[in-house]
Design a protein around this ligand. Structure first.
Ligand code: C2E
Ligand code: MG
Ligand code: MG
Length: 968
C-alpha cells in the first residue's frame, strides 16, 4: 500500500514537473495553443489536483512534446465534430478507429490509450441471473459513436434480446436512464455509480484526430507521440495506475461461461508456500495465516466458492502437488510468464509485489558476501546474475536463511521486507539487522497447470483486477502490526540500544541518588533518634540511659585502679516541688544542679532525670576527696531559686565505687541511687547497704505468701490520759514475724510496701483484725476503747478504697476505730487529686470513723489542712517533743500547736513520750493525751488485753510504770 502511494506520488511529481517544465518553456517562447475538444465526464476525476483524466493528461504531455500548450474545450460529441471541421478546435482526443470516420478526420499514428466498451444494466451483472426474458432490453448508445460489435453476441449469449436507442451524448443517456426509458447503455468508459456494469464488451485502441488535411499538425503531433512513446515506455501503465489505483479495483464481471465454470467447480484447492511470517505461515493452531490469507479469503468470497488451502514448504513441493492433482493452483508463484510457459504453467496477472531487502549481522557484511537464499528460482533469476553462483548457501525457509547468517554460515540473506523486518525487529534474531534498502522486487502470481481449463485463468485474472494490488500488502502490514505487539524486551534492546543505555544510566543514577539519600536520611534520622533517646525530655540534657551506655565505654578506657564511682544526687520530695511549682521547676532545678557539677574536675559524665529530680555522674575521685566535695556542693545548692522564690530543697547523694574488679556501671548507678535514699547528705554504698538491698528484694518476693500465712501481727501500743494516767485506747502497729527473715519492725518493710503498693492490702488486713478485736471486746461485754489504725497515703489513690472499707464496716462496725492519716496523704500532685483525697477523708468520717492527724509537725505542716479536714485527733510527732525539750521557742510553738488543736475542737495527743520530763512539758503545754514507751511499748494482743483492763479503771503510779505492773 505504502509502496503504491509512493509510486503514485512519484508519478504525479514527474508529471507535475514535466508540465511545469514545459509550461515554463512555453511561457518564455509564447507557445502555440493546441485546442483539444473533450467530452467531460464528471466521474473520471483524478485524485490529484490539476489533472482531469487520463486522456487529458496524455494530451497535455503530447502538446508539451510538440512544443505547444494544451487548451481544453468541453462540448458534446457532435458539437466537437463541428468545431473541428470549422477549425475552432485543433484536435479531439480519445477516438476509436472506425473506417467511416476516416472521411472526417485524420487519425494519429500511435494510440493514446485503450478504451474498454462496457455494457451497463440497471441490475448490473445480476440482471443475467434474472429469468425474466419476456421483454427485449432497451440499450442506449451515442449517435455516431463507436458501439462495440460484441454488444449483441454478449446479450444473446446471456439469453437476452435487445433494442438500441440513440442519444446525442452521455448526458442525454443518463437523463433517459433516470427517466426509466432505457434498461442500460453501451459506452466506452465507466459512468456514475447508479449505472452498474454488467459486462466488458471489448477493448480498442483510441487515438487523437485532427481536421482532415491538417497534415502539418498531424505530423507535428505524430512525431511528438513517437518521441513520447520512446522516452516513456511505461507512460500508459503509469497513467492507468494513476487513475485506477484508488483501491476500488475493476468490477468483477464474469460472463456466463465463467459463472458456469464456478458452478461446476465449487471448491478451489490452492497450494501456498507457507514458511514466511508474517507473509504466509501456519499459526499456533496450524491454520494458514499471514498476508496471503487475505488474498485466498478474498478470492473465495468474491467468486463464491470454497477455498481449500494446501500448505507446502517450497515451490518444488507446490509444483509437485499441481502435477499430481493434489492442488488446482499455486498461489505464490514468482511472476514470470516466460518461465511459466516453458515449465507447463499458465500464470495470472501478478497480484502482489514483494520488495526484497538484505539482512546482515550487526556490523555489516564483507565485500563479497556469502548469500543465504531460499527459493531456487529467486537465486536463479535475481541473485546469481548479480552476485555470482559461487557463494550461495541454500536454505529451506526464510528462518533457515536468517539462522545461517546468525551462525555466520552466510553473510547476507535476501528476504521480503516485511519478513526481514518482522524477524529482526520482533526479536527472534536480535543479532541481525535488515537494512531496509530494496535490493530487488519480485511479483507473485497464481500458477495454473497448462492442462487446466483456461476459463479459470480469465476468472482469476478478473478477480485479481477486481481485488487490486493492495490486498496482500495491507494484510501483511496488519499482520506485522499484530506481531510487533508481541515484541520481546531483547528486541527493544537491540533496536534501541541507545535508549536502553540511557535508561540504564538514568536508573543507575536514580538508584544511586536514592541510596545516598536513604543512607543520609537514615544516618540523620538515626542520629536524631539517638539524641532523643539519649536526652532527658524535661531538661534537654543527657539521660541515664546515655550515661550508662557511654559510661560503660569510658570505664573500659580508664586505667586499672582509677577510683571510678557512680554518683546519684536527688532532691527530696520531688512530687511536692512539682505539685507546688510545676514540673518545669523540677527541670529547672535539675539543670541548675547539673550545672553545679559540670565544672568539677572529677565529673566525667553527667545525666539528669528531672521526673525524679535526680542528677547522675560518672566521677573519678577517692572517697576522702569526693565525699566532702559533694557535701559542699549539696550544701551550696540546698537553696534554690524557684520562680521568684528562694526555696529550700534538701539534697542527698549516694556514691557507689565500681571497685576492682569493676562492677557493671548500671549496677553501680542503681546502688548509688539506693545509697542516696539513705538518711544523711552523702552516703557511700556499702556491703551493709547491699545486704539491705538484698533484704528488701527478698521481702518483696515473700510479701504475698507472708500475708496468706498470717505472718503479719498487730501489736498494740496503749494511749494514756496524761492527768488520770488511765489507758484510753491504743494504736495498732504491724509487725512481720517472718519464718525466713525473722522479726521485722514496720520501719523495715512499710517503706517498701508503700513503694510497691502492697501496703493497701496489708492495711485492710490490719483494719479487719482490729475491727474484729473490737467486736470481740464488745461481745465479751467489755468497754470498747478506741484503737487507731494507720492508713497509708496510698489509699488516697486506691480504686474502690471507700467501697472496701464500707464492706468491712458492714460486717463489723466503726465503733472504737480511729484512722490515722499523715499529712503526706495530702502532699499530692495537682489540685484535683488533693480535692479527691479530702473528699475521701470526709466520707470516712461520714461512715463514723474518728480521724487522727498522725505525725503532726514532723515536716511540711500545712495548717490549712486542719481547717479543711474533719479531724478528731491531732497527733503531735515525737520530733516536736524532742525539739521543744531544749528550746523555749519550740515550746511556744508546741503550746500554740496544742492550743490550735483544741481551738479546732480536736483532742491532742503526743507520741513518743519516753521521760517524765517530757510528760511534764506536755502537760504544761496543755496536752491531754500521750503515747510512748513511758506508758507502754507496742505489745501483742493478749498482752494488751490484759494491760488495758488493768489500766483502764485506775491510773498508773510511777513504780507501775517502770515495772509495767497493773494498777489494780
Ligand atoms: P506511727 O504511726 O507514728 O507510730 C508510732 C511509732 O512510734 C511506732 O513505731 C511506735 O513503736 C513508735 N513509738 C511509740 N512510742 C515511742 C517512744 O516513746 N519512743 C520512740 N522512739 N518511739 C516510740 P513502729 O511501730 O515502729 O511504727 C513505725 C511506723 O510504721 C508508724 O509510725 C506507722 O507510720 C507505720 N505503721 C506501723 N503499723 C502500720 C500499719 O499497720 N499500717 C501503716 N500504714 N503504717 C503502719
Ligand atoms: Mg501512727
Ligand atoms: Mg506517728
Amino acid at each position: 500500500m505504502k509502496m503504491k502511494q509512493f509510486y503514485q506520488k512519484m508519478a504525479a511529481l514527474v508529471l507535475a514537473s514535466v508540465v511545469f517544465f514545459y509550461a515554463g518553456v512555453g511561457m518564455a517562447e509564447e507557445r502555440q495553443p493546441l485546442r483539444v475538444g473533450i467530452n467531460t465526464l464528471p466521474s473520471l476525476k483524478s485524485p490529484i489536483d490539476g489533472s482531469r483524466d487520463q486522456n487529458q493528461d496524455y494530451m497535455r504531455l503530447l502538446a508539451n512534446y510538440a512544443g505547444m500548450q494544451a487548451v481544453f474545450v468541453s462540448d458534446s460529441w457532435t458539437n466537437n465534430l463541428a468545431k473541428l471541421a470549422s477549425g475552432e478546435i485543433d484536435t479531439i482526443a480519445n477516438i476509436t478507429d472506425l473506417p467511416y470516420r476516416h472521411a472526417f478526420f485524420d487519425y494519429g499514428r500511435i494510440p493514446m490509450s485503450l478504451s474498454t466498451s462496457m455494457l451497463y444494466l440497471r441490475g448490473g451483472v445480476a440482471t443475467f441471473d434474472n429469468p425474466d426474458r419476456t421483454r427485449p432490453l432497451n440499450i442506449g448508445i451515442i449517435r455516431g459513436q463507436y458501439t462495440s460489435p460484441r454488444l449483441g453476441p454478449v446479450l444473446n449469449y446471456e439469453g437476452f434480446s435487445y433494442t438500441t436507442q440513440e442519444f446525442e451524448d452521455r448526458k442525454h443517456i443518463l437523463a433517459a436512464y433516470d427517466a426509466g426509458q432505457i434498461d442500460g447503455c453501451s459506452l466506452d468508459t465507466q459512468l456514475p455509480e447508479d449505472l452498474l456494469p454488467a459486462a466488458a464488451l471489448d477493448t480498442d485502441p483510441v487515438y487523437f484526430v485532427v481536421r482532415k488535411g491538417n497534415t502539418e499538425l498531424l505530423d507535428r503531433l505524430n512525431q511528438a507521440a513517437a518521441r513520447l512513446a520512446t522516452t516513456r515506455p511505461m507512460m500508459f501503465a503509469d497513467l492507468y495506475d494513476l487513475y485506477h489505483s484508488d483501491g476500488a479495483g475493476a468490477p468483477l464481471l464474469l460472463d456466463r461461461r465463467e459463472r458456469d465454470y464456478l458452478l461446476a467447480h465449487p471448491t478451489l484447492r490452492i497450494a501456498v508456500v507457507i514458511s514466511e511470517q508474517p507473509y504466509a505461515y501456519l499459526d499456533e493452531n496450524g491454520e494458514f495465516a499471514g498476508g496471503l490469507r487475505a488474498v485466498t479469503d478474498r478470492i473465495g468470497a468474491d467468486l463464491g466458492i470454497d477455498i481449500e488451502i494446501v500448505p507446502v514448504h517450497s515451490a518444488e513441493e507446490a509444483y509437485a502437488d499441481l502435477a499430481d492433482g493434489t492442488a488446482d493452483v499455486l498461489l505464490n508463484s514468482r511472476w514470470s510468464p516466460g518461465w511459466a510457459g516453458e515449465h507447463g504453467y499458465m500464470q495470472t496477472a501478478p497480484f502482489t509485489t514483494s520488495y526484497f531487502t538484505e539482512v546482515t549481522r550487526r556490523g555489516g557484511c564483507p565485500a563479497r558476501p556469502r548469500i543465504a537464499y531460499w527459493s531456487q528460482r529467486l537465486a536463479d533469476a535475481l541473485i546469481v546474475p548479480r552476485y555470482g553462483s559461487d557463494k550461495l548457501v541454500r536454505c529451506g525457509s526464510a528462518e533457515e536463511c536468517l539462522r545461517a547468517v546468525e551462525e555466520n554460515k552466510a553473510d547476507v540473506a535476501f528476504l521480503r521486507q516485511e519478513v526481514a523486518q518482522y524477524q529482526t525487529i520482533a526479536g527472534r534474531f536480535p543479532g541481525l539487522v535488515a537494512n531496509g534498502t530494496v535490493a530487488f522486487s519480485s511479483r507473485s502470481a497464481i500458477a495454473i497447470p497448462q492442462e487446466a481449463d483456461t476459463v479459470l485463468l480469465s476468472i482469476l485474472d478478473k478477480e485479481i483486477a477486481h481485488m487490486g494490488q493492495d490486498v496482500a500488502g495491507v494484510a501483511v502490514a496488519e499482520e506485522q502490526q499484530k506481531l510487533f505487539n508481541n515484541r520481546t524486551l531483547s528486541s527493544y534492546f537491540f533496536n534501541y540500544p541507545q535508549y536502553f543505555l540511557l535508561g540504564v544510566l538514568i536508573l543507575f543514577l536514580l538508584c544511586g541518588a536514592a541510596f545516598y539519600r536513604y543512607r543520609r536520611m537514615k544516618k540523620r534520622n538515626a542520629a536524631h533518634l539517638q539524641s532523643i533517646i539519649d536526652s532527658d525530655l524535661d531538661t534537654g540534657l543527657r539521660n541515664l540511659a546515655w550515661l550508662e551506655r557511654e559510661g560503660a565505654q569510658r570505664v573500659e578506657s580508664m586505667p586499672k585502679g582509677a577510683p571510678l564511682a557512680a554518683v546519684a544526687i536527688r532532691a527530696m520530695r520531688p512530687d511536692i516541688i512539682a505539685g507546688t511549682y510545676g514540673r518545669e521547676a523540677l527541670a529547672e532545678l535539675c539543670k541548675r544542679l547539673a550545672g553545679a557539677f559540670e565544672d568539677s574536675s572529677w565529673t566525667h559524665l553527667l545525666a539528669t532525670r528531672a521526673s525524679t529530680a535526680e542528677v547522675f555522674l560518672l566521677a573519678c575521685a577517692e572517697e576522702k576527696k569526693l565525699v566532702p566535695a559533694l557535701s559542699l556542693i549539696l550544701r551550696q545548692n540546698e537553696s534554690q531559686q524557684v520562680g521568684h522564690m528562694l526555696v529550700r530543697v534538701p539534697l542527698e547523694a549516694g556514691i557507689c565505687y565500681l571497685g576492682d574488679p569493676r562492677m557493671e556501671l548500671k549496677t553501680a548507678v542503681n546502688n548509688a541511687e539506693l545509697a542516696a535514699h539513705e538518711a544523711g547528705p552523702v552516703t557511700v554504698f556499702s556491703s551493709a547497704l547491699q545486704r539491705e538491698t538484698l533484704l528488701v528484694s527478698r521481702m518483696e518476693s515473700l510479701q504475698e505468701q507472708a500475708l496468706a500465712a498470717r505472718e503479719f501481727h498487730i501489736w498494740y501500743q496503749p494511749k494514756y490520759d496524761l492527768k488520770t494516767r488511765k489507758c484510753i485506747g491504743a494504736e495498732a502497729l504491724v509487725r512481720w514475724e517472718s519464718k525466713e527473715l525473722g522479726f521485722l519492725p514496720p520501719g523495715k518493710f512499710i517503706p517498701l510496701f508503700e513503694s510497691n503498693g502492697f501496703i493497701t492490702q496489708l492495711d485492710f488486713y490490719n483494719l479487719e483484725h482490729v475491727m474484729e478485736f473490737q467486736r470481740e471486746a464488745k461481745r465479751k461485754g467489755l468497754p470498747v476503747l478506741p484503737i487507731s489504725v494507720n492508713q497509708s497515703r496510698q489509699h488516697m489513690r486506691e480504686e474502690g478504697y471507700l467501697q472496701r472499707v464500707q464492706e468491712l464496716v458492714d460486717v463489723y462496725s466503726t465503733e472504737g476505730i480511729e484512722l490515722e492519716l499523715t499529712e503526706t496523704a495530702f502532699d499530692v500532685l495537682g489540685e484535683a487529686l488533693r480535692v479527691h483525697s479530702l473528699d475521701i477523708v470526709q466520707r470516712l468520717h461520714g461512715m463514723g470513723f474518728s480521724i487522727d492527724m498522725d505525725d503532726f509537725g514532723s515536716g511540711y505542716s500545712d495548717l490549712s489542712l486542719l481547717n479543711q479536714l474533719p479531724l478528731d485527733v491531732m497527733k503531735i510527732d515525737r520530733t516536736m517533743l524532742l525539739a521543744s525539750e531544749g528550746s523555749e521557742r519550740m515550746q511556744t510553738v508546741l503550746r500554740q500547736m496544742i492550743e490550735l488543736g483544741h481551738a479546732l475542737g480536736m483532742k491532742v495527743i503526743c507520741e513518743g513520750i519516753e521521760t517524765e520530763e517530757q510528760e511534764q512539758l506536755l502537760i504544761a503545754c496543755g496536752c491531754e493525751y500521750g503515747q510512748g514507751f513511758l506508758y507502754g511499748k507496742p505489745m501483742r494482743r493478749a498482752d494488751y488485753e490484759n494491760f488495758w483492763l488493768n489500766h483502764f479503771f485506775c491510773g498508773m503510779n510511777d513504780a507501775q510504770r517502770v515495772n509495767g505492773d497493773s494498777c489494780r
